[in-house]
Design a protein around this ligand. Sequence first.
Ligand SMILES: C[S@@+](CC[C@H](N)C(=O)[O-])C[C@H]1O[C@@H](n2cnc3c(N)ncnc32)[C@H](O)[C@@H]1O
Ligand SMILES: [Zn+2]
Length: 352
Amino acid sequence: LLLEHFEKLQPFCPVCNTGEPAPLRIASRQTEAGGHLIHGVLHCSRPDCMHEFPVIDGVPVVLAGARDYVRENLLAMVMRADLSSDIESLLGDCAGASSVFEATRQQQSAYGYGHYGYAKDAGCNKASVYTILEVCLELAGGITGPVLEIGCGAGGVAQRLAATVQQPVVAMDLNFSLLQIATSAARNNRVTFPRRRIGLVYDRMEIELPPQQRNASFWLGDAVAAPWAEGMFQTIVALNVLDSTPSPLQLLQSAGRLLAPGGKLLLSCPFDWSPRATPVDQWLGGHSQRGPHGGDSAAILHETLGNWQAQQPADALQIIAARDDVPWRMYVHERSHVEYRTHCLALRRPGG
Ligand SMILES: C[S@@+](CC[C@H](N)C(=O)[O-])C[C@H]1O[C@@H](n2cnc3c(N)ncnc32)[C@H](O)[C@@H]1O
Ligand SMILES: [Zn+2]
């Protein structure tokens, strides 16, 4: 938790969401280093609420359901990064292919390598998430801060955005083990994560990074109930999130509220729908191929945005520009990559 951002941006309690927002306070500072709170507790400033939110490994858990989150994600939150590859491999073999341990390692491998592999392996630059970011920035025709990144994963894009705008970049995600990588990069200019070789075989990667931006901070929180004031951000970026979230339309509406009038929203999506992330009735397309758009997600997203504009011209997000078929290559293991074709969009909130 970057303390400068905590003071400047004044997150509020996500539990008392009626009436005046109640700012969070730092209740206890257990470990601090270089302007970051590493371990500590935040709490609500309202005496009749006083809900507590842990800060662990520099990651503040600012969620209304913080207790449920901790209960359901305890393994990821206490998983260690200091074990040798041999011991980690033995634990992985015991836990097996369908364990939470394995799912966590696979995510750290894909996003750790996708976001920071560039510092070790030039091949990573091809069709990476940074390619998508470049396309979105071009479509938007320039951006300013403060910036909110929704679904930042391992945090590399937030670092690029921070370098682009030289203003605060607030990055949120719901995945603790990816945010651990993000905060480690931001604080220590190095990351360590398990990279999958094949099957259950992983190598622990340690990557030294060029100096990272000091104006990006990382928060574990739900963008649909974000602890930030409405209209606070000039730019919101959500790359490859719409098909990884329970309600894509709610996410878009929340992003619209958090944007300042005249602010811009940069989106990309491979529309790789899965019922594990999004219930089928919330998918934008990907079903009902007998309908007018044949189940085409990009067409349905554009139509939905058009309908919102027709209903609320003063408030709804307007399309600035869009590009289809932007490639995004994800590492799976040494013998496998997945290449998506993403749809990229830049939108603008009216006014300003
Ligand atoms: C497919 S990953 C993309 C990560 C990164 N943007 C990239 O492109 O490399 C989607 C991420 O969105 C996050 N996410 C989904 N719904 C969210 C929400 N409501 N609030 C914050 N993060 C969310 C997930 O935890 C996941 O890490
Ligand atoms: Zn509260």
